[in-house]
Design a protein around this ligand. Structure first.
Ligand SMILES: *Cc1c(COP(=O)(O)O)cnc(C)c1O
Length: 476
């Protein structure tokens, strides 16, 4: 399996090279040349597999340059009950006859990003060892991504991590999660500024070609292909969990509702559907930052500038430019790489685009639908599930449930992705249901009491560069 860029100007590459990459050299995103097709007999056989077995049969189709025994080993070390709390890894629970919740947030940092990031950590270590390389991961985080990356990369050979976060802007729980780590390869840097300032510093360091080469700078952000790949697995797993082996044929379809920001999670669902998983609709749920809602309803994609991005109570979806969206548009435009290039160059210079003429394909051929949820919707949904279903969900998942219920058709089975656990966002939960004790997994008990390790720096890229120079031995 070879990988190509959505912009058509990058020579085909192998999985292990794509794994360590951010953007393609031509500015596009890497994708497999085609998506493998799964027939109904194969699908029936996969139904019996455990999570790691299923991950293996899916990933081997995409990671063809990794020896099968090695891939199996990486997967078996990743998807364990010890790391994800149950052998189901991503357990499904039933809310009512046609509405289910897919628990994706039972990993170390209590958000769905762990499912992919834990795989990436082990896969990175393996590939770097094979290539005899070292890598310096730099990232900017407002919470979930940074902690998921740190818990995935802590203690890994040949990897140093420098994670920038806005000083004093994260929740107490998020700070404790990241800053309490004591692994020598994890470097937390709090910048006196906002999340955007952190991101600008990361960009500035990446653009310094000499520095980038000297320290082999890399990222693990949401455009990483390995993350998308790992996320495909749980769409299959969830389908098997809610359909019944005896009565179901490929006529039984399910829909997914996915709280979305960068379009990474639901992009994996889109790929699963393209592979032949019987998915009816893929429902994009947004918060007040509703750029994707506008696209999937009207065909107009107009990303907001960063300063017009709303700060909401589902903060991990406060994104105005959906960085994975180009992967879908590439297919939608029938692989017309010139057109993709032109449209997304426009986005880069602050413009939007309008694809109203292909909306029929967006909705029918690709099954996309979308809806939006606000702060009031979030609170009402959390309260309703708490009072009437004895179930506590986090604000992001509440956006997914709200939109699922709003769009659900007669008889449609919808599985909503649970993208974080409520304890991470206690303030909003308490606003919704009043003061209650929010359950937390044993491994996070007393987290806030641990000593914290963080270097606070002024908003200056050179100061961060100096930290990296001090913390990493440069490539020879
Ligand atoms: C990252 C994140 C999202 C958004 O996922 P995308 O893949 O960026 O669409 C939703 N909810 C939570 C809790 C997240 O951490």
């Amino acid at each position: 399996m070879k990988y190509i860029s959505t912009r058509g100007q990058t020579a085909p590459m192998d999985f292990s090279d794509v794994l360590l990459m951010g953007l393609a050299p031509d500015g596009g995103l890497m994708l497999p040349e085609s998506y493998p097709q799964i027939d109904s007999a194969t699908l029936a056989a996969w139904r019996k597999l455990s999570y790691p077995e299923l991950a293996f049969v899916i990933m081997r189709l995409f990671a063809t340059d990794i020896a099968e025994a090695d891939l199996k080993d990486i997967i078996e070390r990743t998807y364990t009950e010890a790391v994800f709390g149950s052998s189901d890894i991503t357990p499904v629970r039933k809310l009512d006859d046609n509405l289910y919740i897919l628990g994706l947030s039972n990993g170390p940092t209590l958000a769905f990003k762990d499912v992919a990031m834990q795989f990436l950590g082990n896969a990175f270590e393996y590939v770097l060892k094979k290539k005899g390389e070292r890598i310096t991961i730099i990232g900017a985080t407002s919470g979930d991504t940074g902690s998921a990356a740190e818990y995935a990369l802590r203690g890994k050979d040949n990897i140093e991590v420098f994670m920038l976060s806005p000083h004093g802007k994260m929740s107490a729980f998020q700070r404790a999660q990241m800053y309490s780590l004591t692994d020598a390869n994890i470097h937390n840097i709090a910048i006196k500024g906002m999340f955007d300032d952190c991101q600008d510093i990361v960009k500035a360091l990446q653009q310094d070609a000499d520095f980038k080469a000297k320290y082999n700078l890399g990222t693990v952000n949401s455009i990483n292909w390995g993350r998308i790949l790992a996320q495909i697995v749980y769409y299959f797993k969830a389908y098997f969990a809610v359909t019944d082996a005896e009565n179901s044929s490929t006529d039984t379809k399910v829909s997914f509702s996915v709280p979305s920001g960068n379009f990474g999670n639901i992009c994996a669902g889109h790929i699963a559907r393209e592979m032949g998983l019987p998915v009816d609709r893929l429902i994009v749920a947004t918060n007040e930052n509703d750029v994707l809602n506008d696209f999937f309803n009207q065909g107009a994609y107009h990303p907001r500038p960063a300063e017009k991005t709303y700060v909401t109570s589902s903060p991990s979806m406060d994104i105005s430019k959906a960085s994975n969206f180009e992967r879908f548009v590439y297919l939608l435009l029938e692989k017309n790489t010139d057109r993709v290039h032109e449209l997304f160059d426009g986005v880069k210079s602050g413009n939007g685009f309008d694809l109203a003429d292909v909306m029929e394909a967006v909705n029918s051929r690709y099954g996309f639908a979308a809806g939006k949820s606000t702060h009031a919707d979030r609170l009402a949904t959390i309260k309703d599930l708490h009072e009437n279903f004895n179930d506590l969900i986090d604000p992001h998942t509440a956006d997914g449930i709200k939109v699922a219920r709003e769009l659900q058709r007669e008889g449609e089975i919808i599985i909503c992705a649970e993208t974080a656990l409520p304890v991470k966002f206690a303030e909003t939960i308490i606003e919704a249901v009043g003061a209650i004790d929010i359950e937390r997994p044993a491994h996070t008990q007393g987290l806030e009491d641990l000593a914290q390790h963080v270097t606070v720096l002024d908003n200056d890229a050179e100061l961060v560069a100096q930290e990296i120079r001090n913390g990493v031995t440069a490539n020879a």
